[in-house]
Ligand binder design. Structure first.
Ligand SMILES: Nc1ncnc2c1ncn2[C@@H]1O[C@H](COP(=O)(O)OP(=O)(O)OP(=O)(O)O)[C@@H](O)[C@H]1O
Length: 309
């Protein structure tokens, strides 16, 4: 478990993290979202004792990071900037980490096998692809068999196979009862991976809730229906208390409607349908709606919207 209370980080006049209080629990993957510059990396760095809070604190299974003996056995992390000594082989890199953290050497082969790098264990990471580099970073994070794992943008730049592998690994680690905390800007990927979400904007907590609730509360689902007799259909649906709205392209949207009911009402009135589909609200839509206004660098409008110079 990771517990943050009143966690704050100021850089001069800039407050990067502003009084964050939340708990990351074991057993589920918790996604960490926020627009660029929201303070995610700064928060993660403070969780790992790499940055000192201006005020507030982080507890890792009840203790401060500095109080942990052999911290890699409590919390493992994959951060965006990978620090691998260029002259060391993958195996040597893991060996150095193991030796400085009281981890038995046999664990190295286990983690190499776990991430699928056994065949290149004696090669230098310099020649590794992005995906292999990520796997080595994950092997380092897993080395101490920690109960808590943190991943900062783990799928950035990975191919679909690599993304799939990391997604399943994170889910498996959570299913084993570990605490898994992951940041990503890829909303569709996050929607498939995380069960719980923590969302921040300008350093402040915006949401700490389940994925399902977050989407339900911040985005809308509706039934989309198209008919060559749209006006007649609108009357029928309105008569049934469904309150459809008409889109400029002539289609009708029935918010909170049930597709079966719409279809049955249309059939009952012998109305032809060209489309009847359920549009599920997406995490991306919910995220955009919630964080709108907390984005640091916002583009206004589309092309040609520049102020005349
Ligand atoms: N060392 C630093 N000195 C001054 N300002 C900093 C420093 N580190 C971060 N900041 C500022 O703090 C804010 C939060 O940055 P942070 O990198 O934590 O955001 P983030 O949510 O991880 O962003 P991104 O999604 O772009 O990675 C930003 O405005 C950033 O410019």
């Amino acid at each position: 478990m990771i517990e943050l209370s009143g966690l704050t980080k100021r850089y001069g006049a800039k407050t990067a993290v502003d009084g964050l209080t939340f708990t990351v629990r074991p057993g589920v993957v918790t996604g960490f979202l926020g627009p660029n510059g929201a303070g995610k990396s700064t928060t993660m760095r403070m969780m790992l004792g790499l940055d000192h809070p201006s005020s507030g604190e982080v507890r890792i299974d009840g203790r401060r990071y500095a109080e942990l003996r052999d911290p890699l056995t409590y919390i493992g992390a994959l951060l965006e900037a990978r620090a691998v000594h260029p002259g060391r082989t993958a195996r040597h890199h893991l060996l150095c980490l193991a030796q400085s953290n009281g981890i038995p050497e046999r664990r190295i082969d286990e983690v190499l096998d776990l991430v699928g790098l056994t065949a290149v264990a004696r090669k230098r990471p310099r020649g590794f692809s992005l995906g292999m580099g990520q796997r080595l970073g994950i092997a380092s994070a897993m080395l101490g068999d920690p109960r808590i794992l943190m991943f900062d943008e783990p799928v950035n730049g990975l191919d679909p196979e690599g993304i799939h592998w990391i997604r399943n690994l994170m889910k498996r680690l959570a299913a084993e009862g570990r605490t898994v905390f992951v940041s990503s800007h890829l909303m569709s990927e996050m929607a498939l991976t995380a069960e719980h979400l923590v969302v921040i904007g300008r350093g402040r907590l915006l949401a700490d809730t389940s994925m399902a609730r977050f989407i339900e509360e911040n985005a809308r689902s509706f039934v989309l229906v198209r008919s060559p007799e749209a006006e007649r259909l609108r009357e029928v649906l309105t008569g049934a208390g469904l309150a459809p709205t008409r889109r400029p392209d002539g289609a009708l949207e029935v918010e909170g409607g049930d597709a079966a009911r719409v279809g049955e009402l249309a059939a009952g009135h012998r109305l032809t349908l060209h489309e009847l589909s359920v549009r599920q609200a997406s995490l991306e839509e919910a995220f955009m709606r919630l964080t709108h206004g907390t984005v640091e660098y916002q583009a206004h409008g589309g092309d040609g919207d520049d102020e005349p110079g």
